[in-house]
Design a binder for this molecule. Structure first.
Ligand code: SF4
Ligand code: SF4
Length: 185
């Protein structure tokens, strides 16, 4: 019993006096970087079409879609690097050219204290300027107005065509009516 207590005390003392080896190594040595490491995500929100493909393909649910007050894109991805396994599937599946989501190279510091605040730093967030949103909204409104105008024009043209056909048919039946009467005499 006494032996166990003293052994524990020595271990506790050691923990206080000797730095933890793993931490010491990571801080001293540059982190090992895989030759296939492609870096952290870069998100081009002005290219994204909000198709959701990156979110759907992510095998670990590291992507969350941020809603936007627009028709297209109505959402853009944000990535939680604390969950991400850097498989690159999100980039591979992205249909835009250039890619709206891309593992763009560069180092990434993945050492953290593990506090909620520190983990928040692992999010690749998308901050879109309000002016851009307003500009896109106006573009969408203008597009919708032009579309409505075009539809109304097409509808008016179709109705005019229908009327013209009806009046032509009426005229033709009037012309053929006296001829039929003559034939009867
Ligand atoms: S790299 Fe892979 S794990 Fe990371 S966000 Fe993209 S699809 Fe998900
Ligand atoms: S980043 Fe690419 S795959 Fe993801 S929603 Fe945007 S366009 Fe679609």
């Amino acid at each position: 019993m006494l032996f166990e207590i003293s052994e524990k005390m020595i271990r506790v003392l050691k923990a206080f006096t000797e730095p933890r080896i793993a931490t010491k190594d990571i801080v001293k040595e540059p982190a090992h970087k895989s030759p296939i490491f492609r870096g952290r995500h870069e998100i081009k929100w002005d290219v994204c079409i909000g198709c959701d493909a990156c979110n759907k393909i992510c095998p670990v649910d590291a992507i969350k879609m941020k809603p936007l007050p627009l028709k297209k894109p109505n959402k853009v991805p944000e990535v939680n690097l604390a969950i991400c396994i850097f498989c690159g599937l999100c980039e591979d599946v992205c249909p835009t050219k250039p890619k709206a989501i891309k593992l763009s190279g560069g180092d990434i510091e993945m050492i953290t204290e593990g506090t909620p605040e520190a983990l928040e730093n692992f999010w690749v967030r998308v901050e879109i300027p309000e002016e851009w949103i307003e500009k896109k909204k106006k573009e969408e409104e203008e597009k919708a107005r032009k579309k409505a105008e075009m539809m109304a024009k097409k509808k008016a043209e179709a109705e005019a065509k229908k009327k013209a056909q009806a009046s032509k048919a009426q005229n033709e039946s009037k012309k053929s009516a006296p001829a039929q009467k003559g034939d009867e005499k």
